[in-house]
Ligand binder design. Structure first.
Ligand SMILES: *[C@@H]1O[C@H](CO)[C@@H](O)[C@H](O)[C@H]1NC(C)=O
Ligand SMILES: *[C@@H]1O[C@H](CO)[C@@H](O)[C@H](O)[C@H]1NC(C)=O
Ligand SMILES: *[C@@H]1O[C@H](CO)[C@@H](O)[C@H](O)[C@H]1NC(C)=O
Length: 334
């Protein structure tokens, strides 16, 4: 009798737990043309990736038309007029004031910096004490790259098993600079291909079980539950990238992330591989190589960066607030 009762009560608890897992996402924060610059700070310090860039303060960026509201969205651009600007080309980097741990992040983006030699744009998230709180690179590429490489960076002890999307040790080769990632191979995700179709929507779903990145081109199909603010990623089909499995405790390696948009030049990635890009190598001043060639190119060809701007319609952050949180049931029998 007691045994039977226990079973019934236990199965009741299990179904509660199951429904809690499919918690609905509710909007927590919306950043758009009405409030974006209230929710994001301008980072105007030295570029941590050693770029040939001068990140502008809010006042300077707005006054110099490097950042502001445009086309019903948020414009984040670069200086495309100055020849040989001292200390680097002026640009902007914005970080969200709020930090987030887990949730669903949906960015509707109309335009990305069009590929140009020496350029390195990114839309990404990261936490304190890099890389121990993790980094998630959603849109990123350098020079004339054609598609985004979605990459995670962590401290030691986080790896994802090989599957069709990703593989490897996110701390590889130990310095935290390489990370684990995969090119999407999708030309609509980045630069020219993205801009030609009016952009699209990126979604990052970050739970204790998985980090998934979805991409929906403007040309569709775009899940209708995004426009209605009732997003349910379980109905969206395969993500563009997925990081999951027992090799990484996501809760220990990813926390307190700020959301970032930036455009830098040369530096630790675009500069180092500048000469590996056949288009950029051919355009470069033959008297210099590598980093110097990259900086000389960026300094002397401002017009190449006229289309180096982000145009963001909105960024929304959703949390699982619409349903019971999943908890571990306590024992109720002795
Ligand atoms: C604003 O722009 C004008 C004209 O370009 C310039 O003279 C002025 O110094 C700028 N002010 C700031 C605060 O950047
Ligand atoms: C995607 O980008 C990677 C890295 O730049 C490149 O190796 C690959 O050829 C690109 N894929 C396509 C389809 O262009
Ligand atoms: C779920 O947990 C979060 C974080 O602890 C909390 O803010 C939220 O109110 C909880 N939701 C419910 C329905 O209890």
């Amino acid at each position: 009798m007691t045994f039977t009762n226990s079973l019934i009560r236990l199965s009741g608890l299990l179904s509660l737990a199951a429904s809690a897992q499919a918690a609905a996402y509710a909007v927590q924060d919306t950043f758009d043309q009405t409030n974006f610059f209230e929710g994001f700070d301008f980072f105007s310090g030295q570029d941590p990736t050693n770029g040939f860039v001068k990140y502008s303060s809010a006042i300077h960026a707005n006054n110099a038309s490097l950042a502001g509201y445009a086309n019903n969205g948020i414009y984040l651009g670069v200086d495309y007029e100055s020849v040989n600007p001292a200390g680097g080309r002026a640009s902007v980097r914005v970080n969200s004031k709020a930090s987030y741990t887990k949730g669903l992040f949906i960015a509707d983006i109309a335009h990305q910096p069009a590929p140009a030699c020496g350029q390195w744009p990114a839309f990404w998230t990261f936490g304190p004490n890099w890389p121990s709180s993790g980094e998630i690179d959603i849109i990123e590429g350098v020079n004339m790259d054609t598609n985004t490489t979605i990459t995670l960076h962590t401290s030691k002890g986080c790896s994802f098993s090989k599957d069709s999307f990703s593989s490897g040790d996110c701390n590889a080769p130990g310095s935290g600079t390489t990370g684990c990632g995969a090119p999407t191979g999708n030309l609509q995700t980045f630069g020219t291909g993205f801009n030609e179709i009016g952009g699209g929507i990126y979604a990052l779903e970050w739970t204790s079980q998985a980090i998934k990145i979805f991409f929906f081109p403007r040309t569709g199909p775009i899940p209708t539950d995004i426009a209605s603010d009732t997003p349910d990623p379980t109905t969206w089909g395969a993500p563009a990238a997925q990081f999951s499995g027992s090799g990484c405790n996501i809760d220990e390696h990813f926390m307190n992330h700020q959301i970032v948009f930036d455009t830098t030049f040369c530096g630790d990635w675009a500069g180092k591989v500048f000469n590996d890009d056949p288009v950029c190598k051919a355009k470069a001043n033959t008297k210099s190589t590598g980093m110097a060639a990259c900086q000389a190119y960026v300094a002397n060809n401002p017009a190449d960066f006229k289309d180096s701007y982000w145009l963001i319609n909105s960024v929304k952050v959703y949390s699982e607030g619409g349903a019971l949180n999943k908890t571990t049931p306590k024992r109720f029998t002795s």
